[in-house]
Ligand binder design. Structure first.
Ligand SMILES: Cc1cc2nc3c(=O)[nH]c(=O)nc-3n(C[C@H](O)[C@H](O)[C@H](O)COP(=O)(O)O)c2cc1C
Length: 202
């Protein structure tokens, strides 16, 4: 598949077949991610590929419990996938772990202009932008290899608890989860705004 076609056919997949994802396939996706641009070539992300059913179920249990505590409703039934826990129905759960990145510009602003520094760190956030580029390349590679993915931040409603379960320690952070597996169902593709609407020329 050429890169344009891959970008166009990729869509979030929320129902997976049970077939396991071979480690070398996951490594291929991770390699694609590693070629992503990152601020200062910081390459400030890594992946924890979880395929043990027991660990995936424990992660789901953590998420369901926190959601139920926050919403005050009961825990979703065994077979019930939700926006936060559907990763648990995929054969591979890729946890995206990022490290903080401080560019030379960040450092300059931290020392000389704290107000601008605050805006840049929490809104521009070059470190996070590079991690997003890595995730994008990961899911495009997966799509080109015939896998479906769902990029998820919903499970991070239980961020702290999942970090403890996965032994992710400060200054690293769990930033996203990518559910990966062979697609079982592909819903209609969500529409997009046309290029002419999202682009202006000056
Ligand atoms: C940062 C980010 C977080 C997302 N979190 C979730 C999530 O927690 N659960 C989910 O089902 N989909 C999640 N999605 C998928 C989006 O809903 C999906 O990309 C969007 O609706 C467009 O659909 P498409 O990916 O099929 O083109 C997330 C996507 C992104 C980029």
């Amino acid at each position: 598949m050429d890169v344009f076609e891959t970008m166009k056919v990729r869509q979030s997949i929320r129902k997976f077949r049970k077939d396991p994802v071979p480690r070398e396939h996951i490594l291929r996706m991770a390699e694609a991610a590693s070629w992503a641009p990152t601020a200062g070539n910081s390459q400030n992300f890594r992946f924890i590929a979880v395929q043990e059913r027991e660990t995936i179920d424990r992660m789901r249990g953590i998420v369901d419990e926190i959601v139920s505590r926050i919403t005050g409703t009961g825990i979703a039934g065994e077979g019930k996938a939700t926006y936060q826990n559907l990763f648990a129905f995929a054969p591979a759960v890729i946890c995206v772990v990022g490290s903080p990145y401080e560019s030379a510009t960040d450092k300059l602003l931290r020392e000389k202009d704290p107000e601008r520094y605050k805006t840049r760190r929490f809104q521009v956030n070059p470190g996070l932008q590079g991690i997003s580029a890595g995730i994008t390349q990961f899911i495009l590679a997966a799509c080109a290899m015939g896998y479906g993915t769902c990029w998820m931040t919903g499970p991070l409603i239980a961020k702290q608890e999942l970090e403890s379960a996965l032994f992710v320690r400060n200054p690293e952070e769990l930033l996203a989860i990518i559910a990966v597996g062979k697609p079982d169902a592909a819903p209609p593709k969500p529409p997009r705004r046309p290029a002419s609407e999202i682009t202006t020329f000056r």
